[in-house]
Design a protein around this ligand. Sequence first.
Ligand SMILES: [Zn+2]
Length: 398
Amino acid sequence: MTLTLTDPDALLAQRVQTSRQLGGNPELSMHGGGNTSVKVTREGRRVLHVKGSGWDLATMEPQGMPGLWLDPLFEVKDGPRLSDTEMVRFLRSHLLDPAAPNPSVETLLHAYLPARFVDHGHASAVLALASRPEAEQRETVRLLFGDDMIFLPYVFPGFDLSIAGAKAFAAQPDASGMWLAQHGLFTWGDSAEQSLTRFRDAVTACETLLAARGAPLMAPTGRVGNGALDALCPLLAEALTGEVFATLHCDPRGDTTLAELSGQDGIAEAVSRGTVTPDHVIRLKPWPLVLDAGADLGSVQEAIAAFGTAYEQYFRDHATGAETMIDVLPRVVFVPGAGVIGLGRSATEAKIHADLAEQNLRVAATAEALGGYAPLSRTEQFRIEYWELEQAKLRPKS
Ligand SMILES: [Zn+2]
């Protein structure tokens, strides 16, 4: 059989391959925090293959990219706002295979961007610049990319983001990428390679600008702990093991550079302002548990109790009455001068939390060096943390 550029399975295979390249580099996209798509033709009709919920780009397979009939997806583009549940039901009703996983919550934006291939991720260098006030971000985007990059102010993910993104694209149809404030980056292209190359080139341009501004992004660490963090883990296990953490797993990160970064003046306060993307807040909660290196069991217990009280207050301040409060325990520990610890119910979960916490610290430190880390407001963080669709991702699979 000869594969041609219009062969749908060949196009999907290319899409899978470059999705793995995007997801395989944590500086471009980390732990499911990104999505990709390709538009093909099957049975004479246009089909969108998009990342399925629960799949990781780094380990993508064709069955992880469910197909949807593309043309009917435009029915809701100019209509009334869909709720999250309505949107998921609508998307599912257009799946080619009714048993396929839920398509990404960003499916409609992928559908409304006309390019054949679309890539989205939360690249660290982009996030550092996207964690600054909106006016400065607009200037940055104009300086780096001119009219080639659409600037989209922060919009709640899902339906609202898809519609806002489609409108922004209509106003700037020659662009080849979209910058999402306090969130990440979209690029697109006619080929899988072109879309991914545009993504990488944009990230490189951001890295170069950060270095030129004297705020280089610290390289990812060797993912090792240190004595100070190791000493805290048994105390955390003693204080936290219970209903939420049946067995507490600790993933400490504190090589020399990360330990130094975590010891910078004001950085504990900065990371406590919030997370670098909507995705991070779901996993990490809006702020970490801050502990001194050398803390004893009593102070660890006190700090956890204070964290819980502050979390309950945050919930009371922002709840609309429709939400049920989740547990009040931390997911990340921040130890000034020593590093961070990811906490999880499994080793995998602890590693994910540690990876994201490390990225969060590196990005926040860079944004501080640019003039101040400006993440989403607490109100927006709360909306995301208690977003029905996001909460569903974290429910244990029974
Ligand atoms: Zn995203």
